[in-house]
Design a protein around this ligand. Structure first.
Ligand SMILES: Nc1ncnc2c1ncn2[C@@H]1O[C@H](COP(=O)(O)OP(=O)(O)OP(=O)(O)O)[C@@H](O)[C@H]1O
Ligand SMILES: [Mg+2]
Length: 145
């Protein structure tokens, strides 16, 4: 049996904190690539939700972030590393309805505290790590089959 994972596609994207004008663009690009490659619609849908929520969190809470997008023969893998305040209590941040969004962010329609729980629901593998005052790392995998 062949054990190594084959990478079929890989691209890096950059996300700028507070850049609401371009917020969501990375997710749109990733969705387009997946559709072009012919990935199943339900996988495209789930990746899009995860990407969008993760991208918005970087825009809303961090200074900048790097998103590593990879398609292997088994899964779509997304790793987002950001430089920012980090998350003090990950368990709390994962709870539905918990949000530290400012009034300004809430006025834009965000801050329901549903992003992270939604990412977890829509992914097959989910890992969130953070160092306060440094940044946050989110690893998401969505299986192709
Ligand atoms: N990349 C990040 N850096 C720092 N804090 C974060 C980051 N992502 C999430 N958080 C913290 O975790 C909380 C919960 O995040 P989550 O995405 O679930 O909800 P939200 O962004 O507040 O609202 P919504 O996603 O529904 O618009 C945030 O309010 C914020 O305090
Ligand atoms: Mg969010």
């Amino acid at each position: 049996m062949r054990m190594e994972i084959e990478t079929l596609y890989r691209q890096k994207f950059y996300i700028t904190g507070r850049d609401f004008a371009n917020a969501g663009n990375v997710s749109v690009q990733i969705k387009k690539i997946l559709k072009e490659i012919g990935v199943k619609p339900d996988v495209v849908y789930r990746v899009s939700i995860c990407c969008y929520e993760a991208e918005m969190n970087v825009v809303m809470y961090a200074f900048r972030g790097e998103l590593d997008f990879q398609i292997t023969d088994k899964a779509v893998c997304i790793i987002i590393n950001d430089e920012g305040p980090g998350i003090e209590d990950i368990e709390l941040a994962m709870m539905e309805g918990y949000s530290t969004a400012t009034a300004e962010i809430r006025e834009m329609g965000f801050g329901a505290g549903l992003g992270l729980p939604n990412i977890k629901k829509n992914s097959d593998e989910f890992k969130l790590e953070s160092i306060v005052s440094k940044g946050t790392k989110l690893i998401i995998k969505i299986y192709l089959n």
